[in-house]
Write a protein that binds this ligand. Sequence first.
Ligand SMILES: CC(C)(COP(=O)(O)OP(=O)(O)OC[C@H]1O[C@@H](n2cnc3c(N)ncnc32)[C@H](O)[C@@H]1OP(=O)(O)O)[C@@H](O)C(=O)NCCC(=O)NCCS
Length: 150
Amino acid sequence: MTFLRIILAEAPKIEMEHEEDEYTFSTDGGTLVARDVSSDAFEHWLGEDTLKIARKKFKKLDYALVIEDISVKGDEQQKGIGSALMKAVEDEARKQKYPVILLNASPTGYVKNGKHTSMPLPKLVAFYKKHGYEELHGQGRNVVMYKKLK
Ligand SMILES: CC(C)(COP(=O)(O)OP(=O)(O)OC[C@H]1O[C@@H](n2cnc3c(N)ncnc32)[C@H](O)[C@@H]1OP(=O)(O)O)[C@@H](O)C(=O)NCCC(=O)NCCS
């Protein structure tokens, strides 16, 4: 069953689509995809080493909302769209009583002014830190991060 809601609280206006375990937040120029992950899927998603660290950190880790992807078109970046998407997913996660949000900071390429580029990992990590996320485990080219919601 698909559930569609328009989040009007803040500009830019963000639409949320919820289908089974997947949440898609979208607005002009940007999209964020998050997934409900339960204990069975943690190893697949986090990898064995990170899962061990996560199990120590969160004494109980039964389920979480995982941000799988966030992307804002190159020419639309640094206008607050990414931040609005991060706020929308957090508001929804709190509403749905998720104990934690997890994400894997891993720069993906985008086109800006006609040129293909990507945001360096430290800048991406700084972006998530600004939104209250902390580092769980660095894996070289990516960093798994989390935000506890209660
Ligand atoms: C990461 C991303 C979603 C941020 O979206 P955004 O709409 O630009 O973010 P906001 O405008 O809300 O926030 C801007 C902040 O992000 C950072 N930022 C965004 N784009 C940046 C860029 N091209 N270079 C450097 N820093 C950048 C800055 O830290 C800025 O912080 P400031 O306000 O202190 O200057 C966007 O840059 C993106 O889509 N990147 C490419 C895809 C990607 O790597 N996704 C992550 C997958 S894990």
